[in-house]
Structure formats: C-alpha cells, structure tokens
Write a protein that binds this ligand. Sequence first.
Ligand code: HEM
Length: 400
Amino acid sequence: MCLLTHPDDIESVLVKNAANFVKSRNYQVLKLVLGNGLLISEGAFWQRQRKLAQPSFRHESIAGYASVMVDSARQMLDGWHDGDSRDMHEDMMALTLAVVAKCLFGADVSREADKVGHALRDVSAQLLAMPNVGFFLPRFVPIPSRVRLRRAVRELDRIIYSIIGERRAMNGHSADLLQVLLDAQEQGDQMTDAQLRDEMMTLFVAGHETTSLTLSWAWYLLAGHPEAEAKLLDELSTVLDGREAGVSDLRALPYTEMVIKETMRLYPPTWVIGREALNDFEVHGYRLPAGTNVLLVPWITHRDVRFYPQAERFDPDRWSSDATHNRRLPRFAYFPLGGGPRVCIGAGFAMMEAVLLLATIARRFRLTLTPDRSIDIQPLVTLRPKHGIKMVLHERPGGS
Ligand code: HEM
C-alpha cells in the first residue's frame, strides 16, 4: 500500500495515468448496497453509464433544481424555532436526501423520501457497523451484521423497484434523471431494471451524505469563526436584500462559495480515495508493482503547509480570486471532488446545492454550538461527526 500526498503524484494517478488504475478493493464492500452503479463499475460498462447520466448533470440541466433546493430548505426551516437545540448532522442529512429525491427522481420518489431515508439510514448503519473482518469473509458467510444489512437493502430495493415499475407504467414525461435513464433505454441503449436500481441507489447514497456533511462541518466552523460568519451575513444581506436566494444569485455570492470551499478543504467529506494499479508504475522516482494499493487522502494534502499557509486555520478568504496563493496552487493540492475521468459527476449539483442551502439557512438563523458537547471526527467511508453536531438556533429578526 502506498500513500501519495504530493499534488503532482495525485494528478499522475487520477489523470495522467488513470487508465492504469481501478477503484481499490475496499470499494467492493459498497457493492453489497450499490451493486454495479457508477461509483463502482469499471471499463466499457462504466463509460457507457457515465455517458448516459452525464447530460443530466450539465449546468443547463441542473439550474432548474435551484428552486427545489431552496423550497426544501424553507420547509425544514418552518419546523425550526428560536432557542431549540438540534443535531445539524441529522437535519442536514434529511434535507439533502429530500433534495436528491425530488431533483433526481421526481415527485413520486419524494413521496417515499421518508421511507427511503429510514431504509438508507439502516443500510448505512449496518454497512459501517460491519466489523472489518466482515469485509474479508466470503460473501456467503452469514455474519449477523451482513444478515441485517441484506434485510435493510431488501426494503430499499422494494421501494426503488416499485418506483421504477410505476414510472414505466405511467409512460409520462418528467424532467428528472430517472426519466433520462429510462429514455436512454428507448434509444437502444438498454438499461435493465436491475441496472436502473443500482444507479438510483448510487445517486441516493453518493448524492446526499457528502453534501450534508459539507453543510454540517460548515455550521461547525462558522460557529467558531464569528468574523467569517459576519462576512457571510454581510454578503447575504447586500446581495439578497431580504429575499430568498436563487440560481441567478450564485455568481454574486462568492464569499458563500468560499466558505463551502474552505470547509471542504479542512473537512473533505470523501476524506480518502483508493486505487489499485493494474500494471507496474512509476511515481516520484519509485517503481511500484501491479496490485499496489494507492491511497490519496485529501485530508492530508489539504492541510499541507507547503501549499496552504497556516493550513489548520479556517480562512475562506484564501480562495478569493485576488489571493496570490490561489494562483500558485498546484491543480491537485485541492481535490475534494476527486479528479480525472472518475471525477464526481455531481460536482456542479453539489456546489450549487451547498451554496443555496447555506445562504437560505444562514439568513434566517444563527447557529451556536451547545457547550456540553465535544465534536469528534469519525473517518468511516465518509468523514462524519462522531456524536453529531448539536447546535442552538437563534432566529435573526426579519431574516437577513
Ligand atoms: C459535497 C458533495 C460531494 C462530494 C465531496 C463528493 C465527492 C466525490 C468524490 C471524491 C468522488 C470520486 C471518488 C473516486 O474517485 O473514487 C465522487 C464520485 C461520485 N459522486 Fe460525488 N461528491 C459529492 C456530491 C455528489 C452528488 C450531489 C452526487 C449526485 C447527485 C454525486 C455522485 C457521485 C457519483 C455517481 C460518483 C462516481 C462517478 C464515477 O465514477 O463516474 N456526488 N464524489
């Protein structure tokens, strides 16, 4: 196993020599849940699926989702009250799940979002709670956590297959990703129900937890940095002047975006990316054999003082367009969304969502940490807060 921390070496694996690497074996455990969806599939099959899904993630296709994002946040805020204390990790998970359900799979899925949410929570809990030894045992060995996981996956499958069945029967035209995937079948690129299920499950899982973690960590960081919070609020009140944010405001909210970028630098939700070499390869002057596992860890590279002065400091301004440091940064000194051909397909969606949700919530509420809780990280598949992030809500008079 080999850990690469220099941006040039990361670029060599993810971009320049991408063809020599496949996802490492520890992604295989996700197969129990995600099947052969985009995150895990390889080769010609992956290429075809990526080509099919890609148009739905283009800027023009996702712009229409902005109002769904803001509406979902507003609905959540209707249940928030001044002085309440809430777990931001839980609230952000529920919010981003509702967004992904509505945007990608349409109204019929969002009706089931609660059920999907419960089933997904069960699946993640079982998957992540599985003892490490479980990963190395053959699939047929019925260890209890695996049995529970299979049960939770069966429930999720039931919901997803019934949604696919209903949509096929409707023969209608919705403007969502599920429709794009269904339509693709009619153009001769057959996608079976099982494959549709794998892609939907992948987008559900990959498309909500990471964004919810970005927001959770952003609230945590803002609470500890009042000067950054003040700048954020200043931007929101100047640009929005008391109204909700929309897609046309995105360009006018650079500081909000910088808060998100800086949060993902310090707390990259996907804190580790793994690859396995197909053939011998050379990196940094060393020759390494086929089969070597390569670890790329944004958490480490993002905190490297060679690239980030005062690297441990939360400083959104380091991303401002006139910061000189910004211009000198090697391309892969920052890679929270991966890179190369396997770069996150939802990158644009995620940035738009994170900025709009942060803006919508921050102009209505200030969040402070409850004094009794320490915040610890739990680096599982994603970088979670171990005991959640308990925060107290302070309603801003009249919104910002
Ligand atoms: C802040 C939020 C997000 C982060 C930090 C994130 C991070 C990542 C990273 C690092 C990868 C590359 C993994 C690798 O190379 O092994 C990836 C891939 C992927 N992401 Fe995201 N992601 C986010 C949001 C989303 C959203 C919103 C969606 C979908 C709606 C999504 C869907 C996917 C899919 C399907 C892949 C696999 C792409 C492929 O291999 O072709 N992600 N993501």
